[in-house]
Design a protein around this ligand. Structure first.
Ligand code: ADP
Length: 485
């Protein structure tokens, strides 16, 4: 239930996708750029048309004005004659006026009509003031251009020539050009939008694949893997994620194994205690037997106690792989302390301890760890020895390593068991180990402590002849350290 509500809390929505937001921002930005380009292109095309038209219209108007200016007298009939002389000008309307704006010739008026009309168009007024003028307007898909120029006769304005061109074709051309640019822009934007949506949804599909894998793993399925093709950041993320899950799986497997091993091991002495106490309660026993049973209960309780202490020691080491309180230590005083502590057991088991501790040199280690390592190995060397056997403890320096060797002449370890003796709860001979109070945790603790102090441990063993444990630590070179200081 909790997982479902968590999932709901983190449910993914396409419109809140970062990738989609990026894509849309990109589309909007390119849209703005394209709009400006669009406006610029249509402005440029219109200007080009304008300049072209202006030049050609004014040229035509000036041609006509020159022809009119060459007349001696400017009347309606001389103006018509001049127009006929010029020939076709290809304009929609041509007007010639006198200096007051009175129309002398108008191509749109029927010939022969002799009314007096003034053409007071703004263009004509400007031309009569002595200026050339050109105006242009675009309406109803047609281009209407008007040009007017004064007729200069002996340095005075004698009249003006006005012409107008109504050009639907050119208007159509501009219109087509502008609508083409607009269509291309819209198509480009749509394409971009489509591409962005496809890209963003492809990205979010891949992202969701990783997220759903995370949820599967969250629910406890550590063997699940994310399968994501490609070589982009997401596929690398998926690979990293798979590595992480693999590590999680390994540590989860170890934890499960540990819990199951530990509960199995703790069950045995507890079962014995229950059995022994039930026997006392149910059977009619004499005092001597009861004492014997209670003694056994005490032994089992001691075993439980030892086992829990060792388990605590082991988990302490695994949970704190970093050593913060390492010191510079010489091995021999610690070894001598351990031997002194175990000499009683060695004596009662008739084992002789032989020490060669001359070649000692300092190492960087946590002293409690060194004590525990030596204690477990020496204790095993006594426990798994045979009466009258020898236990040799030596230290020597080998290149930049300090080597501690603990060799016994005991029962030895069969070759197939050698690789397992460092595992938790592993015992070669369960009955013997139990009889000697063994928990199967001693060597696991030794290995974990050796490794966290940057050391290595190896063993050699021959059944019936004995076992040698070799522990190596990097020597601590005091001279080098002083030089560095
Ligand atoms: P235990 O508490 O049972 O001694 P250890 O982890 O110390 O647990 O040892 C694991 C097993 O390895 C022992 O049960 C024993 O069978 C074997 N072993 C350890 N040390 C020696 C040794 N010096 N000689 C022979 N067998 C040994």
């Amino acid at each position: 239930m909790a997982i479902i509500s968590e999932n709901k809390k983190h449910s993914f929505k396409i419109y809140s996708s970062t990738q989609l937001r990026y894509a849309l921002t990109y589309v909007i930005l390119t849209g703005i750029v394209l709009l400006f380009l669009n406006l610029y292109c249509s402005e440029i095309s219109q200007r080009l048309f304008y300049q072209n038209k202006q030049t050609s219209m004014l040229e035509k108007a000036q041609l006509a004005a020159n022809e009119v200016a060459s007349l001696d007298v400017l009347t309606a009939s001389t103006a018509s004659a001049a127009v006929n002389k010029i020939g076709t000008l290809k304009v929609t309307r041509l007007i010639i006026t006198d200096a007051h704006g009175m129309i002398l010739y108008d191509s749109s008026r029927e010939t022969g009509k002799n009314e007096t009309t003034y053409a007071l168009f703004p263009q004509i007024i400007t031309a009569l003031e002595g200026n050339d003028v050109f105006t242009w307007q675009y309406q109803d898909s047609a281009m209407q251009s008007e040009a007017a120029t004064p007729v200069i006769h002996y340095d005075t304005v004698a009249g003006c020539v006005y012409m107008m061109e109504y050009d639907p074709q050119q208007g159509q051309l501009i219109h087509t050009l502008q609508s083409n640019i607009f269509t291309i822009t819209v198509l480009l934007e749509l394409g971009l939008l489509l591409f962005s949506i496809i890209y963003a949804s492809r990205f979010s599909v891949r992202l969701r694949k990783i997220m759903s894998s995370m949820r599967i793993i969250q629910s406890g399925n550590y063997s699940h893997k994310v399968t994501l093709g490609g070589h982009d950041e997401l596929s690398f993320l998926a690979m990293e994620f798979n590595d992480l899950t693999e590590r999680l799986k390994t540590s989860e497997d170890k934890r499960r194994q540990f819990v199951s091993d530990a509960s199995h091991e703790l069950k045995t002495p507890l079962a014995s205690i229950k059995l022994l106490s039930d026997s006392i309660l149910q059977n009619d026993m004499d005092m001597e037997t009861i004492r014997e049973f209670v003694d056994d209960i005490g032994n089992e309780a001691d075993r439980l106690n030892r086992m829990t202490l060792k388990l605590l020691e082991l988990t302490k080491g695994e949970n704190n792989p970093e050593i913060v309180d390492a010191e510079i230590i010489y091995l021999s005083p610690t070894i001598q302390r351990v031997v002194k502590m175990l000499s009683g057991i060695a004596e009662s088991s008739q084992i002789t301890i032989d020490m060669d501790l001359h070649d000692d040199c300092p190492i960087l280690i946590r002293e409690d760890d060194l004590y525990q390592i030596t204690f477990n190995l020496v204790e095993n060397g006594i426990k798994y020895n045979t009466p009258g056997g020898i236990l040799r403890i030596s230290i020597h320096r080998q290149e930049d390593m300090t080597v501690l060797r603990i060799a016994d002449t005991g029962v030895g370890i069969p070759p197939e068991a050698i690789e397992h003796v460092f595992e938790r709860f592993y015992r070669v001979d369960k009955a013997r180990a139990r009889a000697s109070g063994g928990s199967g945790l001693g060597l696991a603790i030794v290995r974990s402590m050796v490794e966290r102090n940057n050391g290595e441990i190896h063993l050699q063993s021959t059944v019936g002849k004995g076992t040698t444990f070799t522990v190596e630590f990097p020597s601590f070179d005091t001279e080098e350290e002083e030089e560095e200081v």
